[in-house]
Design a protein around this ligand. Structure first.
Ligand SMILES: NC(=O)c1ccc[n+]([C@@H]2O[C@H](COP(=O)([O-])OP(=O)(O)OC[C@H]3O[C@@H](n4cnc5c(N)ncnc54)[C@H](O)[C@@H]3O)[C@@H](O)[C@H]2O)c1
Ligand SMILES: [Zn+2]
Length: 347
């Protein structure tokens, strides 16, 4: 079967790899329907490795570069191990790609996304969604409701990041928020904030096309050059801001856009250091907090999707085959910010 394999930064190859098979009794083999390209995939492609193990095998997957990429996917179960009870062949599933200690078809730790061994299927070895078939643990497979397509199922992963970010924040219904960066994750944070009952969501984004997407979701677009001043003039500073650009200077803007006692949530993964003046926290009693991935949230995300949140119609701007994943996928996303989510069909 064909797969997109990461060798090193800027070296992603579509090549033939061996089709994986069910080995363990809790294994689930999936024929991938759609797999999205994520901002984190782009970081690995442009400036990696970040999550990809290169010097030693990942403790859970046992794999190291070169590795098959793709962690935002859904598809059909085609084979299961003898002890699997959660899903059966023919079921459609969205995959929770978190690699963390697991036993008897379940994650071991309550906060499994904070495991020191954290990895991701599709970033940390052991297979990935940019391939016709992949094998995951039963604990990672979530049955897709009939109402949701495979393509919508491939959006559960990034939507889960956004829902977790908002749930981990101090935002209460009626509060104000600002989202810095309206890429796929930022757009989903806007939608999650709407679901959570934010009264106003200010959005700071450079790309006109992405600004329009944010506006369609109900965001109030702010000029990136005057964002902090304009937000303070309009509402006196927001209750919670979300940094979703990964651009060092924007970290300060996200912090400054909140009122005294406000909170800045950092969602971005960083390619370099970013500095800020600690007094901006201290003298204003602000809080800054990071979030990684999600935990125990896939069923809720799928329910929100059934009500129309995180819709593929709002997010997907291109659909491609695996042979085009480098030029029409990774390179297109790096250079053309009119794209939001590009979906890859591996077979
Ligand atoms: N914490 C997690 O678990 C987690 C999970 C998934 C993704 N991420 C990270 O979240 C970040 C966002 O992901 P994405 O897929 O949306 O990425 P993306 O690169 O598509 O989006 C970033 C957006 O920021 C905008 N931007 C850049 N500079 C700006 C500026 N000065 N002012 C305003 N906007 C600006 C860009 O135009 C772009 O639209 C990435 O760093 C990604 O790695 C984190
Ligand atoms: Zn992702």
């Amino acid at each position: 079967m064909k797969a997109a394999v990461w060798y090193k930064a800027k070296d992603l190859r579509v090549e033939k790899v061996e089709e994986p098979q069910v080995n363990g009794k809790h294994d689930v083999k999936i024929k991938v329907g759609w797999c999205g390209i994520c901002g984190s995939d782009l970081h690995e492609y442009a400036a990696g490795p970040i999550f990809i193990p290169v010097d030693a095998p990942h403790p859970i997957s046992g794999g190291q570069a070169p590795i098959v990429m793709g962690h935002e996917f859904a598809g059909e179960v085609v084979d299961v191990g003898s002890a699997v009870t959660k899903v059966k062949p023919g079921d459609r599933v969205a995959v929770e790609p978190i690699l963390a200690p697991h036993e008897n078809g379940r994650y071991v730790d309550a906060k499994y996304n904070l495991s020191p061994q954290l990895g991701f299927h599709g970033l940390s070895g052991g297979g990935g969604g940019f391939s016709e078939f992949t094998v995951v643990g039963e604990h990672m497979a979530h049955k897709l409701p009939d109402e949701l397509s495979d393509e919508q199922g491939a959006l559960v992963e990034p939507a889960a990041v956004a829902v977790h970010a908002v749930r981990q924040s101090s935002l209460k219904v009626g509060d104000t928020a600002a989202v810095f960066g309206a890429g796929p994750i930022g757009l989903m944070v806007i939608d999650a904030l709407k679901a959570a009952g934010a009264s106003a969501v200010y959005v700071v984004e450079l790309s006109k096309e992405r600004q329009q997407k944010a506006r369609n979701l109900g965001g109030i677009i702010v000029d990136p050059e005057r964002a902090v001043d304009d937000i303070h003039a309009d509402c006196g500073g927001v209750d919670v801001s979300f940094e979703v650009t990964g651009v060092p200077k924007v970290l300060n803007m996200a912090l400054h856009s909140t009122h005294t006692g406000g909170e800045a949530i950092i969602v971005s993964i960083w390619e370099s250091e970013a500095s800020f003046q600690p007094n901006d926290l201290v003298i204003a009693e602000r809080t800054m907090k990071g979030i990684i991935a999600y935990r125990d949230i896939y069923p809720q995300v799928m329910e929100l999707m059934k009500s129309g949140f995180f819709s593929a119609d709002d997010m997907v701007t291109s659909r491609i085959g695996i042979d085009d994943v480098v030029d029409s996928g990774f390179e297109a996303l790096l250079h053309d910010k009119s794209h939001v989510k590009i979906m890859v069909k591996p077979s």
